[in-house]
Design a protein around this ligand. Sequence first.
Ligand code: PSU
Ligand code: MN
Length: 307
Amino acid sequence: MSHPPFALSEEVAAAVRDGDPVVALESTIFSTLGLPAPHNAEALRRCTGTLRRAGVTPAVVAVLDGVWRVGLEPGEEERVLTGERKVAERDLAVAAAQRWPVGVTTVSATVALAERAGIAVFATGGIGGVHRGAAGDVSADLDALAHHPVITVCAGAKAFLDLPRTLEYLETAGVPVLGWRHDDFPAFYVRSSGLPVPHRVDTAAEVARVLAYRARPATGALLTVPIPREHELDAAELTASMDAALAAADTAGVSGAAVTPYVLARLEAETDGASVPANLALAENNGAVAAEVAIAVATIRRQADDP
Ligand code: PSU
Ligand code: MN
């Protein structure tokens, strides 16, 4: 059996080996499938900058020349920013087998590669979920959270998804869903979806212990962090924009993996661009919380190693 082509950057390999804190980042959000240029580059700069200032090594995950990559080498960022092929977990094998030049990883592919690299914490903007309507579209993100022991830090999921069903799915799949110093499941651009989060947590050490004490060896946890108050969008206006974006997707007949990028782009137009700075602010904030959690995980692991 040959092994899949898999490589850690030099910096990430050293940090993992030394037990230093590392946070994985998905690349779909930094491609134009996630954010329009030049905001995608700004998002990447801000997320990696926040992690580095906290003393944490960022590990951007992507597929480059068919190789599953965890951490980029200097100069490779541009390739990710212009990547156009979305890679979910099931696409990883195909991207490697067919040697895709650039594939940008979603939440599901990123948690899979983070686990493989020995990274316990992953930061993103929002996860995919159960879509509204009868099409039965359920993001592979949800299943992946149940199968990889990684803490995913996000601002909840976008309200164009069916959030009650998304939470139900996570319950059935056995994924702990935590609220960071908050009692409600956040809805990305707004701090609360109106749905309670199953468990509130107030410290990074608690989150690290949730991972350490997991009942199943291979299940992760979802840590939801509300968007900072000053960047929250108006809930009523947002509902109207979401409805318009969903109706446009319906009319255009988009389906499958194209739905999320399509709705994201429409939403930007419907909100006159207001969705973009909010998205950048929450992604950076999630990075800051993920950094704290990664430091707490590294501390617990060092204590466990202490004879
Ligand atoms: N939600 C966002 N921005 C994003 C995504 C979701 O607010 O960029 C991306 C993430 O990469 C997520 C993916 O994993 O969309 C989910 O896609 P799908 O619904 O096709 O599973
Ligand atoms: Mn889907």
